[in-house]
Each structure stands twice: as C-alpha cells, then as structure tokens.
Design a protein. Sequence first.
Length: 312
Amino acid sequence: MRAPGVGRDNTQAVDAAVASEPHCTWPEIELKCEPTFDPVGLAFDKALKRKPTRSGLENALLGNRLAPSLLSAAKVPERLAMTAAIATDPTSDATLGALEPARREKLAKYVDLLLESAQLFNLTAIVDPNEAWNRHVVESLRLLPLLGPGSRLIDVGSGGGLPGLVLAIARPDLAVTLLEVTQKKARFLEQTGSALGLTNLQVVAERAEIAAARGSAHRESYDIVTARAVAPLPVLAELTAPFAKVGGLILAIKGEKAAAELLAAANALWTQHVSHESTVRHPTATILLLRKRAETPSKYPRRAGEPKRNPL
C-alpha cells in the first residue's frame, strides 16, 4: 500500500527523474554517483559525489530512492552493533526479557531505522542508540501490562511510531492504527512497517479531528487509545476520547507536569465523558490511565484546529 499522498504518478515521475540523471551504481564498498531524493517525493537534486552511508536496513526502508542518512559511514556499523547488543540483552529491561528473540530483533531494527531516518523526517532529537532504546522502546513497552484484553489500538499523533509501532511489534495479535497528519512521517511509518513485515499495522495520514468525526469508521471503534507528547491534556482529551469505545482505555504518556495537566483538564475530561482511573509513574514518564464512560457527544471533536485554539 502506498503512503498517503504518494500516488502512481509520483512514482513514474521519480523513475523518469532517475533515468535522466547520470548513471549511478551502488557497489558494496563505494559509490561514485548518487541521486538524492527529498522525503516527500518532490524533486531530485543533482547527483553528488560522496561515500555511501546506507545500511541494508535503510535501503530496505527507502528503496534506494531517498537521500542517505546524514550520519557518517563509520558510525553506522557501530550503531547497528550497539543496538543489536542492547536488544538481545534480556536484562536491559524486565518487559523486554519476556519478548521472543525475533521480536527483540525487530525492535532493534526499528531503532536503527528510526535513528538513520531521524534527520530526514524530523523524528527524534536522540542520536545515541542506548538513549533511544531506553527513552523510546523501553518507555513504550511499559504500556504492555496496561493494555488489557483489547484487540484494537490507535496511536494518535504517532510521529516516529511511539508508542504504537513498538506495541505492534511486541503484540502481533493487536491490530494497531498509527494516526499521523504529517505526510512524510506517515510515509516513514508505512515503509518501516513494511520493512519489518508487520501485518497488524495500518497508517492513517489525517488530523484527529477529521479521523474521529461523526460517520468515520474510526470513531468509537478502538479498545485502546495511546498518545505520547502530542498536546496538553485539556486539548488531548478531545483529540483522543472520540476514538475510544465506551469502556475503552486512553493511555496518555506525560512528563513531570502530569498532575498539573490532570487538574487543568477536569472540564475537558468531564465534557468527553472520561474519568481518571489511575497514574503509573516511571523514571522517564508518567502514564495517565483514563476510562471512557459514555458515548462522545456528537459535537465533538470540533473542527480542525479548534481544540488547540480553544481548549475545553
């Protein structure tokens, strides 16, 4: 399935542009000429002479079409080895230790793809594999004990796939939808899911206000809604609650100001028929467990941008 906004015409244009450029080869050790393509698929730059920095994973993700990682070639194998070592060490985190080796390997590949593509897609400011593993993967895996028996999950404002893509790897029985409005990030998510062979993953490139509108297939159809670093809770409540089934769970990953946000969101939660069930604190994050008690009033969510401009 193509990423949103990338149609057949775009692909043909890309192929034509490649054919018109000077011939470029991709040998094992060195390349002399390389076409570079911007992430959105708009145009090629002129061929550049440079050393290769791609790994096999990046080639699988980007199909030899996008510009290579901005990280130096020397750091790529070092990072790959470090990520793999972290992933295969079951003592790095109790939750990780319970995962099958094949899933840990996929998590390692995901972290590598995330770091390699970070500067192209503005996905994360973290460049150290160990820090990325702890702040992104481990933090996301800590949601696993909280998910319960639900079978459908939507990650609102997924960005680089956190926590939704990590949960899709860890729980192949869980149907996961990643909601991301930015087209280039949505494209990264689709291509990463494909490169990792995730059949339980769907990417939707749309605003939350539109995806959860009345008549949408996504409205009140998910057992679990997750959101990490998306918006303050008074705004987030309106962006997430309409996706949850009655009785469904909303997991909001917050920082050190979680308690203050919870107080500020009292009216928003009441309006959305959501109650605060409990709070789980971890060294790097605070998780707010919210429960949807009744159907979302038909007038919510309001039109695109209104929840942010005028929080409830």
